[in-house]
Design a protein around this ligand. Structure first.
Ligand code: NAD
Ligand code: 022
Ligand code: ZN
Length: 375
């Protein structure tokens, strides 16, 4: 079949909107009509050429929602008409990782996904006889895409596509980091570094988990109002702090008889390795945990003195908020439908596929929280 898509033809070039060929689903695969897709930093990281694993030409996009329109042989868990969210972290429920119950990083299709191919080692997309690569197993910048059955989550049929697409990455990553990775308890203190599309979801996850003190840290004062909108209790702009940031934050988190200070949980949502160190060191001595969510540039390294860990601080990272996609994503969609979490105000821009490059510009300029393309 033919479908309209935004094609990343080469690194550093704008996406080109064109009609491409898409082959139907093979064994264990589903054909999905994408109704809406968010634009996320990783798409830009790859498009810019900074991602050493980026492959071109490719159809980017990993934050979508749509409808199953066809299924290949052997597909049992979804059928035509089901509403689904594509998963860049699949959940096969059979590989050693899924069975371990210790990680969400399913390994069933990992090798081919990283090569921009379907699990059988081929691509379903082409244009003018030339192969186009898939991206993060999703390729949601196409009106139709083919996905492995294990890489779709079946969700509530009444949920609006132009909002729940954000659950395909940002919402689940932020809320999941709080619930699954940090396992934040009621009454905890927390610091969130970077109040963008991820950090704001960490904040609403902390509110959901019942955290007492939710400190937001951002170099952009415009983020104060955004943070407060989702449950932030204190705002700190590092540029306006006199002296060092870490001692300032440790002092701010001293409560009652505790004269040591430091937060129970801290989250890096910037991808900046200097901030990652600040986040670790502002965690409480003896038990504070710091969760790295931000993705740093290729080749960057983190550092701290071993003393920071010897004295009980814990450094952790999270991918897709530790969520098991087929199990957890439908639950998050239900939370949205029940009003337990908010999404609508974070979607600051809605665009057509033809305007997708404008969405990238808004993200680069820091003018959007999330831009969503509606097909
Ligand atoms: P964003 O650009 O919307 O937000 C980043 C925020 O950090 C901005 O508000 C910016 O002002 C602030 N900031 C920048 N430098 C700062 C500093 N030195 N101190 C404090 N604040 C600072 O980005 P986003 O969409 O929220 O994504 C954040 C990061 O999360 C990215 O690196 C992204 O790739 C990553 N991410 C990771 C996962 C995962 O599974 N681990 C999933 C999605 C996104
Ligand atoms: C999504 N991310 C950032 C912004 N939006 C993001 C990027 C990478 C990962 C998670 C989220 C990630 C963490 C760990 C891994 N990845 C490796 C997983 C593994 O090896 O099993 C990751 C993922 C997918 C891809 C690359 C790296 C890919 O499909 N190309 C989950
Ligand atoms: Zn993303």
């Amino acid at each position: 079949m033919k479908t309209r898509a935004a094609v990343a033809v080469a690194a550093g070039k704008p996406l080109e909107i064109m009609e491409v060929n898409l082959e139907g689903p093979r064994e264990g695969e589903v054909l999905v009509e994408i109704k809406a897709t968010g634009i996320c930093h990783t798409d830009d990281f790859t498009l810019s050429g900074a991602d050493p694993e980026g492959i071109f030409p490719a159809i980017l996009g990993h934050e979508g929602a749509g409808v199953v329109v066809d299924v290949g042989p052997g597909v049992t868990s979804v059928r035509k008409g089901d509403h689904v969210i594509p998963l860049y972290t699949p959940e096969c429920r059979q590989c050693p990782s899924c069975l371990s119950r210790k990680t969400n990083l399913c390994t069933a299709i990992r090798a081919t996904q990283g090569q921009g191919l379907m699990p059988d080692g081929t691509s379903r997309f082409s244009v003018g006889g030339e192969r186009l690569f898939h991206y993060m197993g999703c390729s949601t910048f196409s009106n139709f895409t083919v996905l492995p059955e294990i890489a779709v989550a079946k969700v509530h049929p009444d949920a609006p596509f132009d909002k729940i697409c954000y659950i395909g990455c940002g919402v689940t990553t932020g809320i999941g980091a709080v619930i699954n990775t940090a396992k934040v308890e009621i009454g905890s203190t927390a610091i969130v570094f970077g109040l963008g599309g991820i950090g704001l979801n960490v904040i609403q996850g902390l509110r959901l988990a019942g955290a007492d003190m939710i400190i937001g840290v951002d170099i952009n004062n415009a983020k104060k109002e955004w943070g407060e909108r989702f449950g932030m209790t204190h705002f700190v702009n590092p540029k306006e702090v006199e002296g060092e940031l870490v001692p300032y934050l440790i002092d701010l988190t001293k409560r009652g008889a505790d004269t040591i200070g430091g937060a129970d949980y801290t989250f890096d949502c910037t991808g900046n390795v200097t901030v990652m160190r600040q986040a670790l060191e502002s965690a409480h001595r003896g038990w504070g945990e710091s969760i790295i969510i931000g993705v740093a540039g290729a080749g960057e390294e983190i550092s701290t003195r071993p003393f920071q860990l010897v004295t009980g601080r814990v450094w952790k990272g999270t991918a897709f908020g530790g969520a098991r996609g087929r199990t957890d994503v439908p639950k998050i969609v239900d939370w949205y439908m029940e009003g337990k979490i908010e999404i609508d105000p974070m979607i600051t821009h809605t665009l057509t596929l033809d305007e997708i490059n404008k969405g990238f510009d808004l993200m680069r300029q820091g003018e959007s929280i999330r831009s969503v393309v509606v097909f």
